[in-house]
Design a protein around this ligand. Structure first.
Ligand SMILES: Cc1cc2nc3c(=O)[nH]c(=O)nc-3n(C[C@H](O)[C@H](O)[C@H](O)COP(=O)(O)OP(=O)(O)OC[C@H]3O[C@@H](n4cnc5c(N)ncnc54)[C@H](O)[C@@H]3O)c2cc1C
Length: 398
């Protein structure tokens, strides 16, 4: 009997878990199935580039996982039953069910309109491929001088607004931020950001909390109306509602609560990684939804699963931050060095060098996913956990 490992979601984190577990455990002992809705790996960190008109390299999952021992199932996950240990899926052939012994939940997140009136109806988003393509098509139809307003002054907002302004200097591009522009950055980082905004002709509306979106403008809490032929919403991500509908322990926002090995605190045969997981980082602060912290959660989960099934040490290191890598168009960037718990240090790298650094980080992340079993030492270990009946194990969970 093989131990059935099912990984839901082939984004940055799910793909890494599947590949890393395949490299660690003996093929005769485990079956690993990676379930994803789309046929391609989507580089979410480049969705603002796609929206701004750049073409991204297609990355078919079938090619990436050929010969790795990971089976791919292209289907949409519609539900998880953690008591029966099953996953409900739908594909072109209809509805089906997959049974697991160990589940890894890595379904990521989407955009979050935060219930602001008009946002879901009128705003565009860059958190998904369909969203980015819809914005790309809309931007292509804008005439010179028309207004684009990016709502949200966080990392995604900064990357989106600079990319759009660089690609379309003929448009009137602006950003609305709830606080001051880049107010969490170091003085050097903030100064550089303002320089790039000036160079690209981006207007910054600071201390502007958007309270409503209409077809051609947004309203702010202090009574301003900011023109926006196109409003791009980047105020944070929201997880998919699937986990919340299960018996798993989740936070108010629907993220699965996990321990330091990414194992659900309520259901020990379930792991959660990436945006879908609520992981405590240094300073007892939850890790933010990002690749920077999501990829280490995937390493931890894969190593913990292998250790619990085949013996070995559980991962114990705390996931920490080193820097925030921000692209500001293709020619400019900002690498803000941070403390372990993500607070800005004085040091920051700026300019062309920072843009190259960020591009290498994006390429490296995609390379890691596209070569899921390369570069890891081969230590395929035998599964030692004794089995009773299909799907249940007798030894105590570590
Ligand atoms: C424009 C943009 C720029 C970003 N830049 C950065 C950055 O510079 N640095 C950084 O650290 N982070 C960045 N992020 C955040 C980063 O992209 C996410 O944190 C990261 O993608 C999370 O990885 P994940 O594996 O949890 O989820 P995802 O990468 O979103 O993968 C989830 C996968 O699950 C699949 N899926 C979802 N629902 C279902 C379903 N019901 N059935 C089947 N499959 C499903 C999806 O198709 C996808 O393949 C950026 C995000 C955006 C949108």
């Amino acid at each position: 009997m093989q131990h059935r490992i099912i990984v839901l979601g082939a984004g940055y984190t799910g793909a890494i878990v599947a590949g890393r577990v395949a490299r660690r455990l003996h093929r005769e002992d485990v079956s690993i199935t990676l379930v994803n809705e789309g046929a391609d790996f989507v580089e979410r960190v480049r969705m603002h580039q796609l929206a701004a008109g750049q073409d991204l390299k297609p990355r078919p999952l079938r090619e990436m996982f050929a010969g790795t021992g990971v089976g791919l199932r292209l289907a949409r996950v519609t539900g998880v039953d953690v008591d029966r240990r099953t996953v409900a899926v739908v594909d072109a052939n209809g509805a089906g069910e997959l049974a697991y012994d160990t589940l890894v939940y890595a379904l990521g997140s989407g955009w979050d309109s935060r219930g602001v009136p008009g946002a879901a109806e009128y705003a565009y988003e860059v958190s998904s491929r369909p969203g980015a393509l819809r914005l790309r098509e809309r931007l292509a139809r804008l005439d010179a001088g028309q207004t684009v307003l990016v709502v949200g002054g966080g990392l995604t907002g900064l990357e989106a607004v600079t990319e759009i302004a660089e690609a379309r200097p003929d448009l009137d591009v602006a950003l609305a931020a709830r606080g001051g522009l880049g107010d969490w950055l170091s003085p050097r980082g903030r100064e550089h950001l303002r320089k790039v905004f000036d160079k690209l002709g981006i207007t910054a509306y600071e201390h502007a909390t958007v309270t409503g979106v209409e077809a051609d403008r947004v309203a702010t809490a202090d009574g301003r109306a900011i023109p926006a032929a196109v409003a791009v919403w980047t105020t944070g991500f929201a997880v998919h509602p699937i986990a919340r509908a299960t018996a798993l322990e989740v936070t108010d926002s629907g993220q699965i609560v996990v321990d330091g090995t990414m194992r659900s605190v309520s259901h020990p045969d379930v792991y959660a990684v990436g945006d879908a997981a609520m992981v405590m980082g240094p300073g007892d602060k939850p890790l933010r939804m990002s690749c920077a912290s999501g990829v280490p959660t995937a390493w931890h989960a894969a190593d913990a699963i292998a250790a619990r099934l085949a013996g070995g040490r559980l991962p114990t290191s705390r996931i920490r931050y080193f820097n925030q890598c921000i692209s500001l168009g293709r020619g400019e960037g900002l690498i803000q060095y941070v403390t372990a718990d993500d607070r800005a240090l004085r040091a920051a790298l700026t300019g062309r060098l920072a843009a190259v650094y960020k591009e290498l980080v994006c390429k490296g992340a995609a390379w890691g996913v596209a070569n899921p079993t390369l570069g890891l030492p081969t230590r395929r270990r035998r599964v030692t956990r004794a089995r009773t009946t299909a799907g249940s194990t007798v030894d105590a969970l570590a």
